[in-house]
Every structure is written in structure tokens, then in C-alpha cells.
Write a protein that binds this ligand. Structure first.
Ligand code: F1P
Length: 346
């Protein structure tokens, strides 16, 4: 825990990754509920965190769009620990959600990237993600940095509450430390992804499907494509496909599956079969060495294996690259997409 509080992942630079938690450890540990509030990509990182906190710390979690939360009359009080996530630290909806939660007596913890921005100042405590400046408007490295911080928080909380045994806690922290190397490896698929992008740059729609930890990644993949290529894209839990989106599938529809080898793998494979039977085009992000999905998909993109809880940190990389290449090929300005602001302050 001390390692974690000192910022074990960032030991070389000596940065305090979770330092902000020190004074609020009691509130965090005894929280009856965690409420996560954010917008856009940060909200997707919050969804990943819901899975992490509930799996490892067994605390109930709610993930709320700040843009909705601020306008409703939520049941919230002193026993709630609110985590507000924001790259810019300036998002007006998230700030308003923080003020609402504060007025009800909840403890607010910020996970922000921009040092000294408004959200860190409005919260009781927080941790910076230290991802460095996001050059473009669309969040990319901020997403993975947010999940890294939230994962550390979830592991630490699980260990402290006794729901995560010490051996498992250490094993997971070690795995988390291996992620930067795995991300490097995932980036080596860049040329292959560029080729795939060329095949799909003119589509009008795309569907992204994932299960478990990869469900929020499906949402994020779809959002990146919308934001920077202006292609209509939808992200869904793969199991929801049969409840509606399956009607969209035909030879024109690319379906991007996140099909890593984890506890959802067999079920995702059957979802792939369902799409294939309807002649949908399949692009699949798979674990290195996968052969089953390779035989079924039109294209596969391999990523290194990690613990399924950390899959989003690696599986989002090819989806970010796919959106990037498609956007460039369509002549879009990837750094400054139309109609989008870096910090949405109104
Ligand atoms: C939230 C957000 C970003 C998105 C765009 C508009 O920003 O929705 O996720 O990429 O920049 O704002 P933030 O609160 O994380 O700064």
C-alpha cells in the first residue's frame, strides 16, 4: 500500500500517483458506495473502473454522466465517495456534478490530467494522471492513464478491505507494471492497422462489440471513430447485439470485435459467428497467437495477453490507431475535429 501511495508505477520520476488519497483513506475505505462521474472518454474510463472496484474491492459503484447527474435529484450523502474524472479538469458538467455532490456531504476525489485546473481545485483530494498534454482534442493517452490510476485505487482498496488477498494484490500490481511494454508491443501493429483502415475508410457506419472489461472499450472505440472521422459508430455490449443492433448487420457493415482470450472469449466467439452468418465484415482485436477468431474474421489485430482486468489498457490502442488512420485517409483534421472543444466549459 505504501508503494502504491508513493506511486509505485512511476517510481523513476518520483511522482506521487495516489498521494492525494493519504488524507482521505478512511473515507475511501469505509465508503458504502462509490459514485463515478465524468463525460465522454473519461466516462468510459469510469465504466472500466466500475468493473475494477466491484471485482476487487466489492464496493457498489454507480457511473453517472455528469451532464445528467447535475440536473437530477440523486440520492447521495456522507457515506458516498465520489470520483470525478476529467482530462482537461475544466469540463463544466463535471464541475457542476462535483458541486452538487459536495453540497450533499459526499467526499470528492478527482482524477485529472491538467495540473492546477479547476476540478482538482474543486475536489477534496485527487490524483493527477500525468499523461502529459493531449495535443489533439480527442482523449487518447488520458484514457489509459485514467484507467491506470483507477486500477491502482481499486487494487489498493481491495487489499485494504480484505477482498483481495495479498498474493493476488502483488501479482496484479506486477502485471500492471508490465503494461507499458505491452502497449509498446500493441503499437507495432500500426502498419497492419493502416492497411485495414484503407479497406474501411469509406464506410458510413460501424459497430463495436465487446464483453466484460472490453465493453467500455467498444464504447470508446466507437466514440473515437465518431469524434475524428465523423463516421456513425455504435458501441454495444456484445450480448446486447441480439436485442436490436443485429438488425443492422449486412455485407456493408463492419463490426469491430474486441475478442481477447479472457473469461468472455467463448461467448464473443459465438457473437462473431452470428455476425459472420449475416455476412457482416469482421475486424477483431485478438490475443497474440489466437487461431479460432483468425479463421472467422476478415482481419485480426493481435495484442499481448494480460490479466483481463487490464485488457482495456492494451485493447484500446488498436482502436485508437484505426480511428486515426481512417480520419487521416478521409482528410479530417485529427487534432481539431469539427464542432469539438478541448474543454467543454459551457
Ligand atoms: C470530456 C470530453 C472528452 C472528449 C472531448 C470533449 O473531457 O468529453 O472525453 O474527447 O474532448 O470532452 P474531459 O472532462 O475528460 O476533459
Amino acid at each position: 500500500i505504501e508503494d502504491c501511495l508513493r506511486g509505485r508505477l512511476d517510481a523513476k520520476s518520483g511522482r506521487l500517483v495516489l498521494g492525494g488519497l493519504r488524507d482521505y483513506m478512511n473515507k475511501f475505505q469505509n465508503a458504502e458506495r462509490i459514485i463515478i462521474t465524468a463525460c465522454g472518454t473519461s466516462w468510459h474510463a469510469g465504466l472500466v473502473a466500475e468493473y475494477l472496484f466491484e471485482e476487487f474491492a466489492r464496493v457498489p459503484v454507480e457511473v453517472e454522466y455528469a451532464s445528467e447527474f447535475r440536473y437530477r435529484n440523486p440520492v447521495i450523502g456522507e457515506k458516498d465517495f465520489v470520483i470525478a474524472i476529467s482530462q482537461s479538469g475544466e469540463t463544466a458538467d463535471t464541475l457542476a456534478a462535483i458541486e452538487l455532490a459536495k453540497s450533499k456531504g459526499a467526499t470528492i476525489f478527482g482524477v485529472c490530467n491538467v495540473v492546477g485546473s479547476s476540478i482538482p481545485r474543486a475536489t477534496h483530494a485527487g490524483s493527477y494522471t500525468h499523461a502529459g498534454p493531449e495535443i489533439g482534442v480527442a482523449s487518447t493517452k488520458a484514457f489509459t492513464a485514467q484507467i491506470s490510476v483507477l486500477a491502482m485505487m481499486a487494487l489498493m482498496l481491495g487489499y485494504q478491505r480484505g477482498t483481495l488477498p495479498q498474493g493476488k494484490y502483488v501479482e496484479l500490481l506486477n502485471e500492471l507494471e508490465s503494461i507499458p511494454k505491452k502497449v509498446q508491443k500493441a503499437l507495432t501493429a500500426n502498419e497492419a492497422i493502416k492497411y485495414i483502415s484503407g479497406e474501411y475508410k469509406d464506410v458510413s457506419n460501424a459497430l463495436y462489440l465487446g464483453r466484460g472489461y472490453n465493453f467500455p472499450v467498444a464504447l470508446e472505440g466507437a466514440l473515437k471513430l465518431k469524434e475524428i472521422s465523423y463516421i456513425h459508430a455504435e458501441g454495444y455490449p456484445a450480448a446486447e447485439m441480439k436485442h436490436g443492433p443485429i438488425a443492422l448487420i449486412d455485407e456493408e457493415m463492419p463490426v469491430i470485435f474486441i475478442a481477447t482470450q479472457d473469461s468472455s472469449y467463448d461467448k464473443v466467439v459465438s457473437n462473431i459467428q452470428e455476425v459472420k452468418a449475416r455476412k457482416g465484415k469482421i475486424i477483431a482485436v485478438v490475443t497474440e497467437g489466437d487461431t479460432t477468431v483468425r479463421e472467422m474474421a476478415d482481419h485480426v489485430i493481435e495484442i499481448p495477453k494480460t490479466h483481463e482486468a487490464f485488457n482495456p489498457l492494451v485493447s484500446v490502442i488498436p482502436l485508437q490507431l484505426l480511428s486515426y488512420h481512417i480520419a487521416v485517409m478521409r482528410g479530417c483534421n485529427v487534432d481539431q475535429p469539427r464542432n469539438l472543444a478541448k474543454s467543454v466549459t459551457v
